[in-house]
Design a protein around this ligand. Sequence first.
Ligand code: HEC
Length: 183
Amino acid sequence: MATTNTPTKAKRKIRWVRSLFYWALIAFIIIQFFQPDKNNQDMSMEADISTVVNVSADVHTLLKTACYDCHSNHTNYPWYTNIQPVGWWLQDHIEEGKNHLNFQSFADLKVREGGRFKTVEALQDHKLEEVTEMVKEDDMPLPSYTIIHRDAKLTDAQKQMLLVWVDSARAQLAAKAAIAMAP
Ligand code: HEC
């Protein structure tokens, strides 16, 4: 009995693993038909942060490489984002990232009535303050993103460049606000 029982069990297990594999494959194929909406791919720079404060070409290039995929209205989609669930995952981050901060519509930021910030400059300043925090703590770009996008991972020199830029940008905003307040 025991001698015939063992191979049957093993066979049953193989059959089970095989059917599990086929179902997973079918599920994988089916989800490919559900492509997420793409970021709207608007390249206009009319309300870009560079229209609000000075952004050197080097800093702009760095922001575009490391941050604009999730913090602007256009994203460079590598081919593998056409594969689900990778595309869903990225789209989710883009929507959330843009909600928090959009470098490309920085000039269009509006303060909420009765909100925490009284002036647009104060709100913009707050966003930039968060950039400093994120960069200092290595929270941005999202680590899950830099695993694949190696070129988005910030070197110490790039971090330094961003931090220096943010400080000067915030000083510019403060000067602007002071002029606006002056009688
Ligand atoms: C892969 C997408 C992605 C990339 C690339 C990315 N971010 Fe983000 N970012 C997000 C998401 C998602 C959030 C909101 C959730 C969170 O805070 O983790 C966010 C939030 C932020 C916030 C707001 C935090 C807050 O508390 O409101 C700042 C500031 C920020 N990111 C800066 C940056 C900077 C600077 C870069 C480039 C150096 C960058 N991000 C690159 C996805 C991204």
